[in-house]
Design a protein around this ligand. Structure first.
Ligand SMILES: [Zn+2]
Ligand SMILES: [Zn+2]
Length: 135
């Protein structure tokens, strides 16, 4: 993964990006801020948030922005699918290849030139299902 040459990498931005890329959990800005503070103790949530916005605009970070839900961030920007828990909001990657032919199908059924796709599945995660079973 190359970073955009136009993107200026401050130390803060570099640390935020490094820590996000280590995670598979698609953290919120607040969750990531807690982790980044282990290396940069005085960094504020506002700074983390602002840097995440800049990184996502530059395409090195993926912003998972679903209306009405807290924004989450992903260090993996290659197209991949997500499954989101409707109870706790956890987002996991789905380990599968891309659905070949999907974009072609959409092109055939709309008058858009289709350049890509985003897909998110929703359901109940194992921890929430277990909690439900014991409730
Ligand atoms: Zn859950
Ligand atoms: Zn992901």
């Amino acid at each position: 993964m190359q970073t955009s040459p136009k993107l200026r990498m401050t130390t803060q931005r570099q640390v935020i990006l490094e820590e996000l890329r280590k995670l598979k959990s698609h953290p919120t800005a607040g969750e990531l801020c807690q982790i980044v503070r282990q290396r940069l103790p005085r960094i504020s949530l506002g700074t983390v948030y602002r840097n995440l916005e800049i990184l996502s605009r530059s395409g090195v970070v993926l912003k998972l922005d679903v209306a009405g839900l807290e924004m989450r961030f992903d260090g993996t920007v290659d197209n991949h699918y997500h499954v989101r828990c409707l109870d706790c909001g956890r987002v996991a990657d789905v380990e599968m290849g891309l659905l070949e032919g999907l974009e072609q199908t959409i092109s055939q059924h709309s008058d858009f030139e289709v350049l890509g796709h985003r897909l998110e599945f929703v359901g109940h995660c194992p921890a929430c299902r277990q909690a439900q079973a014991h409730a």
